[in-house]
Structure formats: structure tokens, C-alpha cells
Design a protein around this ligand. Sequence first.
Ligand code: 48F
Length: 259
Amino acid sequence: MELNEVTITKAIIERFSNKFMEYTDVDVAIVGAGPSGLVASYFLAKAGMKVALFERKLSIGGGMWGGGMMFNEIVVQEEGKEILDVFDINTREYETGYFTADAVECVTTLGSYATKAGVKVFNCMTVEDVIIRDGRVTGLVIIWTPVEMAGLHVDPLSIKAGYVIESTGHPLELLHVIERKADIRLNTDSGHIMGERSMWADKAEGLTVENTREICPGVYVCGMAANAAFGGPRMGPIFGGMLLSGKKVAQEIINAGNA
Ligand code: 48F
């Protein structure tokens, strides 16, 4: 059979367009495909929810690929190891209570489990705004990342979501937009973004999970974004909190959906 370039082109356009059309209305839209967003997406899809995961970069994985300072190994504690076990990711005990895993195996395996569970990843798309109705976030406003990078004056498109998860990591991009543009009080002590604090691994790991919750109607924060929102410290290249936070946010949304 002689390959036809136009058939290849049509296949890509039609299949992508159909996928994109189907995911313009989802149960959960996740912003940021780092470790916490990936884990959240997997558990939500496993529970039968329709999940779209938007990632600005070409690649998923966020800050996990580079381990610590580009040494591509990550560290997890016992509870974090238990989540890696769910994904059948190899771990090795370093000292009592400290386990290491290959960062590349972690990202690729989390991505594989998530997509096989039904998560649709929209990479190279940046979430630049939200839609708010009656004080609740009901959707996302998205644009191609290269449009943003080139500074082109192109209007974005929108999707509808029952729940939104902000897992953009340190920059906490979505909440900054919400705080700037909407008259919504956040569920933090001050009612505003509290801001990330300096590194304290032990404290930060627990707080990441504690701070994983609904921050304003329709929006949940997880991963490093949770600490950036609620004023928790950063933890550096220990990833148990990210994984546990992803699992917790999925459970919170499943519970809210069943309520
Ligand atoms: O930063 P990131 O890996 O978030 P995380 O899941 O994990 C944090 C750790 O990697 C590390 C740490 C733990 O030790 O502190 O930093 O909390 O991934 C965030 C992802 O969100 C994407 C970004 O490209 C990255 O892949 N992202 C950020 N803003 C947007 C976005 C946006 N506006 N639209 C789409 N994607």
C-alpha cells in the first residue's frame, strides 16, 4: 500500500478534533501535568470520571523528570512508596524510611497509567483564565502555548468543567488569575493567596496533603500549588507529598460528586 500524506493529515485532524470536541465538557479539568496532577487524574479516571488534563509544555511530568538538581532520582517516604507501588514503579530503600525511584520511570509510568485509565492529556495548551457563574468556577479558558510564547493576539477557546484542579506547582497560576479578576474570597486564613515559604521538607510534606482541598467554589488545589496557596513551605526533591496530595484531591472530588 502506498502511503498518502493527505490521508495522514486528515487522520490527525479528524481524530484530534473529535477528541477535543468530546472533552469540551468534562467532569474534572486539571491544570498542570506534574506528579500531583497526573496521580489525581489517574484516580479520578479510575473512578469513572471524564478527565481532561491540560499541560502547557510538550511533555507531561512537570518538575519530576529532573529529580533534584537534574540528578534524575527522586526520594519518597514510606507513605509515598505505597503510592508508587500502586503504579508498579520500582523503589529501593536508601536508609530506613527513605526510598528512591528513577525519575524517568516515575513520569513515564504515571503517564501511562493515567492515559490507559482514560485521562485525555492536552499538551501544549496553556490555561490562561477561568469562567465563573454565580460565584463558582465552571470552566477554563485555554490557548495554544506557542501563541502565548509568540505574544500573538489570538483569542482563546473555553471548556466546561464540573470541578477544576489547580496543580500548576510553585507559580499557582490559576489562583492568581482568579484573585486578580474575580470577587471570590479564597478559603485561606486571609481570604487571599498566602504564598509559598522557604524549604522545610518535613513540615512541607505533611502540609501539602493537609492543604489539598477546595480553595474556592469549583476549584481544588493539590501538589506544590496547595502550599503556595495556603502559605506552606517548599519541600525540595522529596515527592511523597505530591503523590499523596494527588490521591487526596481525587478522593475529595469523588466524595463531593457523590454527596
Ligand atoms: O511543578 P509541577 O511538577 O507540580 P507538582 O505536581 O509537583 C511539584 C514538584 O515537581 C516539585 C516539588 C516537589 O518536590 O516542589 O516542584 O505540584 O508541575 C506543574 C505543571 O503545570 C504546568 C507546568 O508546565 C508543569 O508541567 N502548568 C503551569 N501553569 C500552567 C500549566 C498553565 N497555566 N496551564 C497549563 N499548564
